[in-house]
Design a protein around this ligand. Structure first.
Ligand code: NAD
Ligand code: G3P
Length: 341
């Protein structure tokens, strides 16, 4: 059923645009808020977002807007697709408008100073709001081009999940539900770090065995950390865990993978990020995750290895030597090894 009130999408980047189009194609009227009036005007006139999703037609029911206050007033359901570095500063000044509203974060990052996930920030800013997250193997361009795609909406609020499924579910976009908001959101944030490593491995010409080892050991690390933080490890077997890890570690369309690929080609981190010109959340996540893993005593050798290369002056060969010669471990953490002597 078509919603009476418009639905808001906050963020003028590639994923905000892809989700705004999906909502509009499902018959909803959409206000896509962006900070840049010139970008809004360009979309209004040309019906395209050339900087972020060149070649994708923007549906007539998507209205680009720059008045955040009016947008939050007019809409009771908002999808938040802002970079993690901007979410708090954009929404905190409007906290009083958010009580009772439905806020769904699409952002896959961790706040640098607090180690908070985006829905935790939303909760802090707007304790009276109803909060959820959407995460999964969802490359924006493929979503916009109608590649068959699945995602997960997660919240303790079942009615919120049903509403998101109702507005977003469509012919090419399938929305599964979960009540593990923390696990789903953590999966989306953590996988970005491993996509950088995977991109590097490809640029360096590493083999298929290596790529498979990387993805599988990444999943082991992510899950180990998540369990330490109180998440349900089973969530990591789903779309928002292994699903998103696979797509981001295998696709040159992923920005995090692209940063890793550029690093593997010999670019500095600064040049790799500049060349990308879009958000690659994994760079910040790597810094905060390395510190957090150390603080809570979780063994994350891939995270530590990438951090050592990018921020501690270690060479790739030194790190590979360390990783490969590390003390042998058991394969899967959560299987009892009591049968071993
Ligand atoms: N692109 C994808 O395939 C994809 C898929 C799923 C989730 N995500 C997540 O969505 C989030 C947004 O990513 P994206 O791909 O849309 O980013 P993007 O790089 O395509 O665009 C970022 C947008 O945010 C805007 N922005 C930056 N700082 C801002 C600020 N202070 N105030 C207001 N707007 C600001 C930019 O102007 C731009 O419009 C990220 O956390 C990303 O991990 C992206
Ligand atoms: O382009 P990336 O690396 O931000 O990844 C996009 C999505 O998160 C993939 O699910």
């Amino acid at each position: 059923m078509t919603e009476q009130r418009p639905i808001a999408v906050l963020g003028g980047g590639s994923f905000g645009t892809a989700v705004a189009n999906l909502l509009a194609e499902n018959g909803h009227s959409v206000r896509q808020w962006m900070r840049d009036p010139e970008q809004a005007e360009a979309i209004r006139v040309h019906r395209e977002n050339p900087r972020y999703l060149k070649g994708i037609k923007i549906h007539p029911a998507v209205e680009p807007v720059t008045d955040l206050l009016a947008t939050l007033n007019d809409c009771d359901l908002s999808f938040v697709a802002l970079p993690s570095s901007a979410l708090r500063s954009v929404l905190a000044p409007h906290a009083d408008l958010l009580a009772g509203k439905l806020l769904v974060s699409l952002t896959k990052g961790i706040e640098a100073q607090t180690f908070k996930l985006m829905s935790e920030i939303l909760e802090e800013i707007a304790p009276q709001a109803r909060i959820g997250v959407l995460s999964g193997p969802n490359l924006a361009r493929e979503v916009a081009e109608h590649a068959l795609t699945a995602t997960v909406v997660a919240s303790e609020d079942e009615a919120l999940c049903e509403r998101v499924q109702a507005v977003l579910h469509g012919r090419t976009f399938r929305v599964y539900a979960s009540n593990d908001r923390f696990g789903v959101e953590l999966g989306g944030a953590l996988k970005n770090v491993y996509a950088i490593i995977a991109g590097m491995a490809v640029a360096l010409g590493m083999g298929e065995n290596t790529k498979s080892m990387l993805i599988t050991r990444a999943l082991a690390e992510m899950t180990r950390f998540a369990v330490n933080q109180g998440a349900n490890p089973m969530t990591f077997l789903g779309l928002a865990g292994v699903g998103d890890l696979i797509v981001t570690c295998s696709s040159p369309k992923s920005r995090n993978y692209q940063v890793g690929f550029a690093l593997g080609q010999g670019l500095s981190l600064e040049d790799a990020v500049t060349r990308l010109g879009e958000v690659a959340e994994g760079v910040n996540t790597l810094k905060v995750l390395k510190a957090k893993a150390q603080e809570v005593g979780v063994y994350m050798p891939l995270v530590a290895g990438l951090h050592a290369i990018l921020f501690e002056g270690r060479t790739l060969n030194q790190v590979i030597e360390l990783l490969m010669r590390a003390e042998p471990k058991t394969d899967v953490d959560f299987i009892s090894t009591s049968g071993f002597n």
